[in-house]
Ligand binder design. Structure first.
Ligand code: GDP
Ligand code: MN
Length: 390
């Protein structure tokens, strides 16, 4: 579960990390009132669950309450990467001397949390990592020893932080790690951590991702979920008990089992690349799970087809506990409710595959074809999507 900037910064503050103490607003008039109360320049910031808000025009400086109102008017309702802005944060503006990057994530390969720091703050860290990875300094953290002082000093010196800020930096780094641990986060990121004109360090932007599997024991964090802000498909998938992640491609994938879903995605993008079809590939990760019922398959189908970018759907079902005849009925039930012309490619193998295919063939659906192997299925789906985009 991703948290908003304001929620992340509230958690940071709870762990002793300095942040601007602003307020969340939902109307331009409220932005005016908060700016007046703050009584100086403010920054109005879109609260959406995506990065790069600055570049999209979702972060604006205002010198007066009137300006704050008009910025809020522009920002509320704005569409940033497909997400509508319903809330804005009005923070006292900071006088920035330097921007730093600081985060904690899990390094699965090392089986340890990893703290990363960079002097290239305020920028898209994925881009820094691609173009100049040496600018990111890394320290693995032993969860039993927590962040050690020498590690914080090493990060500070490696990013060439002036020595007078080392103490404040080490405090923030230690507290960020505590925050990460105690919130069961998979990401706690400050970008930028700024040095202000008066020489203090402050977390200006915050992003936290909480491990969904830990929410049962963090009821206070679970309550922070903002249903209005998260992509509708993800909410519906969670409610149907499906594991779903939206991606950029044009081929909807409905698969049972996480490993098979990943394989299906890999082969689909591989085949799209081999055929030289730019922009084609998986539109989602979706695991309908073992023993998926017809209802679950129908829910999955509705979610996949609700995405207008989807030009073909690839159904790859390996029957084990999941019975192919049950899945076949689910597909037909879904198509009964959601009429679609989107080409469908179905591959059924395993338990009751023959019955499943019989059910599908018997239904005589003109936009559906079957495939024998995964490669065959992926090829048919990629070509069908290309045909449909013509
Ligand atoms: P993001 O684009 O979604 O990462 O949003 P950020 O909160 O990181 O803001 C983007 C950029 O806006 C920051 O890197 C800063 O350069 C700038 N910014 C944000 N808040 C302030 C502020 O209070 N004062 C000034 N001068 N710039 C700010
Ligand atoms: Mn940022």
């Amino acid at each position: 579960m991703n948290l908003h900037e304001y929620q992340s910064k509230n958690l940071f503050a709870r762990f002793g990390i300095p942040t601007p103490r602003g307020k969340v607003v939902t109307s331009p008039q409220e932005a005016y009132d908060v700016a007046k109360e703050i009584g100086g320049p403010v920054v109005v910031k879109a609260q959406v669950l995506t990065g790069g808000r600055g570049k999209a025009g979702g972060v604006k400086l205002a010198r007066t309450p009137d300006e704050a109102r008009s910025h809020a008017d522009a920002i509320l309702g704005m569409n940033i990467k497909g997400l509508i802005v319903h809330k804005a944060l009005v923070d006292p503006a900071s006088d920035i001397k330097q921007e730093i990057y600081l985060s904690v994530t899990n390094d699965r390969a090392a089986r340890k949390p990893l703290m990363m720091a960079s002097a290239a703050g305020g920028m898209d860290i994925e881009q820094v990592n691609r173009e100049s990875p040496e600018k990111i300094i890394r320290e693995h953290i032993d969860p039993f020893l927590m962040l050690r002082d020498y590690q914080a000093r090493n990060l500070a010196s490696s990013i060439r932080l002036p020595r007078e800020h080392w103490k404040a930096f080490a405090d923030i780094a230690r507290n960020l790690f505590r925050c990460f641990e105690e919130c069961d986060a998979t990401l706690a990121e400050i970008n930028p951590l700024v040095i202000t004109g008066s020489g203090t360090l402050m977390a200006l932007d915050g992003k936290m991702t909480i491990d969904d599997n830990a929410l049962f024991r963090r009821p206070d964090l679970a309550e922070m979920r903002d249903l209005q802000a998260e992509p509708g498909e993800e909410t519906r998938a969670r409610e149907a008990g499906l594991s779903y992640v939206k991606l950029d491609g044009d081929i909807g994938c409905m698969v049972n089992g996480a490993g098979l879903a990943m394989t299906t995605m890999d082969i689909t993008s591989d085949i799209a690349a081999k055929l030289g079809i730019e922009g084609s590939g998986p539109a989602n990760f979706l695991d309908i799970g073992g023993g998926a019922s017809a209802e679950k398959v129908a829910a999955a189908m509705r979610i996949i087809l609700s995405e207008p970018k989807v030009k073909a759907v690839l159904l790859n079902i390996f029957g084990g506990i999941t019975r192919c005849d049950e899945v076949a009925r689910g597909i037909l039930q879904a198509l009964d409710e959601v009429k679609t012309n989107v080409p469908l490619v179905v591959r059924l193998v395993g338990t009751n595959a023959a019955e499943g295919r019989q059910i599908i063939d018997g239904a005589n659906i003109p936009n559906m074809q079957s495939a024998a192997t995964l490669v065959d299925a992926a090829e048919k789906a990629v070509l069908a999507a290309k045909e449909a985009t013509k």
